[in-house]
Write a protein that binds this ligand. Structure first.
Ligand SMILES: Nc1ncnc2c1ncn2[C@@H]1O[C@H](COP(=O)(O)OP(=O)(O)OP(=O)(O)O)[C@@H](O)[C@H]1O
Ligand SMILES: [Mg+2]
Length: 408
């Protein structure tokens, strides 16, 4: 019988904390068996600012997911975002001992280590080192050099770093909730596992997650990640603009945005009227929906223009043939696809999580792209993680054996 295990993804977002549980059976898509969501109160712009509130929300989201799935969650793949995230491309080279010997996984590990040897400020830590391609002697564009022969191995990698304190605060709040973090994963990287078709990643695509507090960008080209960035603006800014513009409390503004919001004024019928709830006993009033859209459009356009600026900083802007994939809660807004097509002058679509079974109706909302992506990332990388951990134990065991060898 195939081995069955349980994997959990924890998306610590600015507006919600979501825990997704899935049953994993080898060769099968993950079966989502539990989803717990709780409003997030301890975060600002994707960064934990209140440990206690975050821990409490994590506990509640995890409890709900456990109850729904009937499984106990001990460890999670956990997302990280926030505008402290920075990324760079780097290159490492090693000489191979004998040309006739085949390149093995240790050589690959060594060349990636060499590419990692950068001066990283003390207050930052490496979150990911993502190989883009390898070069053996003069042959470039190699995805997996294991088994090839050569005298020189080169690796091009994408390095994602984050503020040590921000990562530690995520670790702390999750540990205080009684959970172990198997791996911290950049949220946009996780989402890409749930949204992108392989051919999109090959041809060139930009993934934009319009969240509540942050907008995350990831560019893929020729099957590898090329650029990542996090912008400290999101749906909350849109809501605040509505509250300010219509002089209405934030809660009402949020409801108006979700129910009637549109990010593309041109597609709204000028005669369409909506009702704005009265505040403090006042009568509700009527408002043209295009007025609401004219508050929303400039802010969403500003966010998308920041994204465009970031995308242009990456090297492959001209090559992004597959255009833009929008996800996160903000992608549920009417007119956002049209606006993105105008700003980027490229085709755009909304990305919904795919490649899962089970509770698909709930899990395929764009607000769960990160949560589902964390599970798919976990499924793909758990073997490496176990090997790494196994390797770590082997090294410790070897070290201990060498220490005690004189006594045995
Ligand atoms: N139907 C909708 N129309 C417009 N906006 C929406 C809609 N539904 C949700 N949103 C907005 O999406 C945002 C929440 O999205 P999401 O759940 O992806 O964010 P998050 O993961 O909590 O935050 P972040 O990723 O920034 O840390 C909120 O600002 C919310 O107002
Ligand atoms: Mg999010």
């Amino acid at each position: 019988m195939p081995a069955r295990e349980v994997l959990a993804g924890l998306d610590i977002g600015t507006t919600k904390i979501a825990c997704l549980v899935a049953e994993i059976e080898s060769g099968q898509p993950p079966k989502i068996s539990g989803i717990g969501i709780h409003p997030s109160e301890g975060l600002r712009k994707g960064v934990v600012v209140n440990l206690e509130k975050t821990t409490n929300s994590v506990i509640k989201a995890v409890e709900d997911a456990e109850l729904m799935s009937g499984t106990k969650i001990d460890s999670v793949f956990c997302g990280i975002a926030g505008d402290h995230i920075k990324s760079i491309n780097s290159r490492g080279v090693i000489a191979l001992s004998k040309a006739e010997d085949e390149i093995n996984s240790f050589d690959v590990e060594k060349v990636i280590e060499a590419a990692k040897a950068l001066a990283i400020p003390q207050d930052r830590e490496i979150i990911h080192v993502l190989p883009q391609e390898f070069c053996v002697d003069d042959q470039s564009g190699i995805k997996d050099p294991v088994g090839m022969s050569g005298v020189r191995l080169e690796a091009e990698v994408h390095i994602v770093t984050g503020a040590v304190t921000s990562a530690q605060n995520i670790y702390k709040s999750v540990r205080r909730a009684g959970l172990e973090i198997k791996e911290l994963v950049l949220e946009s990287l996780a989402s890409s596992y749930a949204l992108l078709y392989p051919e999109e990643g090959e041809l060139g695509v930009v993934l934009i997650d319009l969240g509540g507090g942050t907008t995350d960008i990831a560019i893929f080209y020729e099957g590898s990640i090329r650029h990542t960035a996090v912008i400290g603006l999101g749906g909350k800014n849109v809501t605040n603009d509505i509250a300010f513009g219509l002089k209405t409390p934030t809660d009402y503004a949020e409801e108006l945005k979700k129910n009637y919001g549109c990010a593309f004024v041109r597609s709204v019928d000028a005669d369409e009227m909506i009702e704005v709830p009265g505040v403090g006993g006042r009568e509700p009033r009527e408002l043209s929906r295009s007025v609401l859209a004219s508050i929303i459009e400039p802010r969403v356009e500003e966010i998308l223009e920041f994204c465009l600026r970031e995308v242009k900083r990456g090297e492959c802007f001209e090559d992004l043939t597959s255009g833009v994939v929008l996800t996160g809660g903000g992608s549920l807004m009417e007119g956002v696809v049209e606006l993105a097509e105008k700003v980027f002058d490229m085709p755009a679509r909304v990305g919904r999580p795919k490649g899962i079974t089970g509770l698909t109706e709930q899990a395929s909302s764009p607000i769960h792209s990160t949560g589902v992506g964390l599970i798919l990332y976990g499924q793909k990388h758990k073997k490496e993680l176990n090997q790494k951990e196994g390797g770590k134990f082997k090294k410790i065991f070897k070290y201990l054996k060498s220490c005690f060898s004189e006594y045995f």
